[in-house]
Design a protein around this ligand. Structure first.
Ligand code: UDP
Ligand code: MG
Length: 169
């Protein structure tokens, strides 16, 4: 779902064009961040962007769900490690918990990704969430948070993790 408002505002300085996209994005708090009790800190960064929470739940993530979520990694040498990580095996979370959220706001997808930083926490800018809190262990990037990469990805991922009635209209 992406609603777009385009328009022009006349000011003394001239015309200002605007292009606002109301977007939704899927956030997953990953097991490393859950173990370190970083959920509140992470959510506060997104709230400070003015984004609203449209859905929230604790999920016991199955291997099947995680393989579907990371379908883009199929065939890579690290996919099994990533799935094991997301099932909590490296962070002492035997109940497979993941905290899932749908966040909504203007240009939410790109703004949340900017707050995350690069996928590789060792390359992420030090002030981003992944730069501050991520690490690499046994070849798996334990990078604290997942966020959808594009509005199309967000739509697919939200449908995977949430039933339609769980997301506020
Ligand atoms: N990942 C990894 N090693 C890699 C690439 C990815 O461990 O070389 C993990 C990492 O946890 C990453 C996830 O797989 O967040 C999904 O990869 P993607 O390329 O979609 O990165 P993201 O969209 O999360 O930045
Ligand atoms: Mg991705």
């Amino acid at each position: 779902m992406a609603r777009v408002w385009r328009g022009v505002v006349r000011t003394r300085a001239g015309l200002i064009r605007y292009n606002m996209r109301m977007e939704q994005t899927l956030i997953l708090i990953k097991p490393d961040a859950i173990q370190k009790r970083l959920t509140g800190i992470i959510l506060s960064r997104f709230e400070a962007l003015g984004l609203e929470i449209a859905a929230a739940k604790v999920v016991r993530a199955s291997e099947e769900l995680l393989r579907e979520h990371y379908a883009n990694l199929k065939g890579t040498p690290f996919v099994d490690g990533v799935v094991k990580f997301m099932m909590g095996d490296y962070n002492n979370l035997p109940d497979h918990r993941i905290y899932a959220f749908v966040l909504r706001g203007e240009n939410a997808v790109s703004r949340v990704r900017a707050a995350l930083g690069a996928t590789n926490p060792e390359k992420a800018e030090p002030w981003t969430l992944r730069g501050q809190f991520g690490c690499i262990k046994d070849g798996v990037m334990q990078n604290a948070v997942h966020a959808s990469g594009t509005p199309q990805e967000a739509e697919r991922e939200i449908a995977l993790w949430f039933k339609p009635e769980e997301v506020l209209p």
